[in-house]
Design a protein around this ligand. Structure first.
Ligand code: CDP
Length: 214
């Protein structure tokens, strides 16, 4: 049976680190699907395209290739996150990025994907689904530490405002909104460091593996 792990949740919840570590543990390929939206947003901005122009951004999103996901410094900047969330509201943009993600999820050996709609849209029959969350304050602090630690100048209050705005946009959009799938296991990492969060995630995955067989 193909072993697919779907990890969804809001910004800075820990889902990316958890997904990467699960992938390493089970020797599975990992796709951070947020990078696709970030790459589409950055490419659109570089081309001078209005991020609210669904058709024009979708044409650019259709050209996103795995090689576009290499410049992590640019892709993980604050501006790229904001651009990603703006382009991700457009159904044609999501459609343009769908096949890349579904092909990845269908890899014969299995895969780990993280994002907002993996358990609901991209891989609804995933072996195990996690919805990783934490309070907005804790997530804002984590992201603030991450960005200021590498020299981005930003106030904590602005980071919190960013996170709250992005949560509202991601959860409120009509197309593939961020929502916990009914069969996803909720993992609240508010009071956990990354080791504790990973350990909890690993136990959830082990329980699913035991249910589904090897
Ligand atoms: O790392 P962080 O959680 O801040 O963001 P991300 O996972 O890189 O995603 C950036 C933005 O892309 C999100 O705010 C979503 O609007 C969008 N996204 C999405 O709509 N669907 C996905 N599967 C992944 C990301």
């Amino acid at each position: 049976m193909t072993f697919v792990i779907a990890v969804d949740g809001p910004a800075a919840s820990g889902k990316g680190t958890i997904a990467a570590r699960l992938a390493a543990l089970y020797d599975l390929p990992h796709m951070d699907t947020g990078l696709l939206y970030r790459a589409a947003g950055l490419k659109a901005q570089a081309a001078g395209v209005d991020l609210d122009d669904a058709g024009a951004v979708a044409a650019i999103a259709a050209q996103v290739r795995p090689e576009d996901l290499n410049d992590l410094e640019a892709l993980t900047s604050r501006g790229a996150g904001e651009a990603a969330s703006r382009v991700a509201v457009h159904p044609p943009v999501r459609a343009a990025l769908l096949k890349l993600q579904q092909d990845f999820a269908a890899r014969p050996g299995g895969a780990v994907l993280d994002g907002r709609d993996i358990g609901t849209v991209i891989a609804p029959s995933a072996t195990v689904k996690l919805f990783v969350t934490a309070t907005a304050q804790v997530r804002a602090r984590r992201r603030w530490l991450q960005l200021t630690g590498r020299g981005e100048a930003i106030a904590y209050e602005d980071m919190l405002a960013d996170i709250e705005k992005r949560d509202a946009r991601d959860a409120g959009r009509g197309a593939a909104p961020m929502v916990q799938a009914p069969d996803a296991v909720l993992l609240d990492t508010t009071d956990m460091d990354i080791e504790a969060a990973f350990d909890a995630a690993r136990r959830i995955v082990e329980a699913a593996r035991a249910r589904h067989g090897p």
